[in-house]
Design a protein around this ligand. Structure first.
Ligand code: ADP
Length: 251
């Protein structure tokens, strides 16, 4: 069997808050194959962001193992983790996190500053990434002159410019209207279909179910399985308004 891209083994993440211990994640195990588009869903406080931060090497587990792209992240020092992230992970945030003083091209080229590429090559790669997300005509535009949907496209170009194995998105449609949200989900799906990217996304957006290969449901730090997972899936599909029949997966 080929190695999954993500292998989470009996992972717990506990925080101490005053005299209490918060179990943000409690003995979670899961595997995700390369080239999949997966959503983490669940109520607020269920552990979605904690899981996303562990998978992307931003945080470490209290116990258990996190293996991603062939690396056991538990073993890496802070410095090694930062380098690993730069090579393997592209991050997308709810509020885009673009630098207001840089145009689209320079925003997208930023992660390449950590590489040996010269300036010309960094700019060329940034332009290619912006064309991939449909913004070849906005290279010199500053974030304030772009719509929310366009700003998120720039952020997606920045996430893919280093050609990472894994794209990690935290509520990428949370600050967008319905039309832009669908366009961003379509673009993410395209990155999976055309470039084989693995995408992990935290979302509350019921529309997302039409675009992902799989939704994993968390509740109180535990991954729902079997009937409980199916019930959570069904209630989100109903919330999406499409009912169970209309919720056919996008290709
Ligand atoms: P979600 O993303 O599903 O809203 P989180 O992963 O952010 O949930 O949080 C899960 C639980 O862990 C929550 O109860 C939250 O308050 C707690 N938590 C998250 N981060 C911290 C922290 N740094 N310190 C203490 N508690 C935390």
């Amino acid at each position: 069997m080929t190695q999954p891209l993500i292998d989470i083994r009996n992972v717990s993440r506990h925080y101490v808050r005053g005299v209490d211990e918060v179990r943000a994640l409690d003995d979670v195990s899961l595997t995700i194959a390369g080239g999949r588009f997966v959503a983490f869903m669940g109520p607020s406080g269920s552990g979605k962001s904690t899981l996303l931060n562990l998978v992307s090497g931003i945080d470490r587990p209290s116990s258990g193992e996190v293996l991603v792209a062939g690396e056991r992240l538990n073993d890496l020092s802070e410095d090694e983790l930062a380098h690993w992230r730069a090579r393997h992970v592209g991050l997308i945030f709810q509020f885009f996190n673009l630098m207001p003083v840089l145009n689209a091209r320079d925003n997208v080229a930023l992660p390449l500053l950590l590489t040996d590429l010269d300036k010309g090559e960094r700019q060329r790669r940034a332009e290619t990434a912006l064309r991939v997300v449909g913004l070849g005509h906005r290279l010199d535009h500053y974030p304030r002159t772009l719509s929310g949907g366009e700003q998120q496209r720039v952020a997606i170009a920045r996430a893919v410019v280093t050609d990472p194995d894994l794209i990690v998105a935290d509520e990428p449609t949370g600050d967008l209207d319905a039309r832009n949200a669908e366009e961003i989900l379509t673009l993410l799906r395209q990155l999976k279909n055309e470039f084989g990217k693995t995408i992990i996304m935290v979302t509350h957006d019921p529309r997302a179910l039409r675009f992902v290969d799989q939704a994993l449901h968390l509740d109180k730090g535990v991954l729902l399985e079997g009937e409980a997972a199916k019930r959570a899936d069904d209630s989100i599909r109903l919330a999406a308004g499409g009912g169970l029949v209309g919720a056919a997966q996008a290709s």
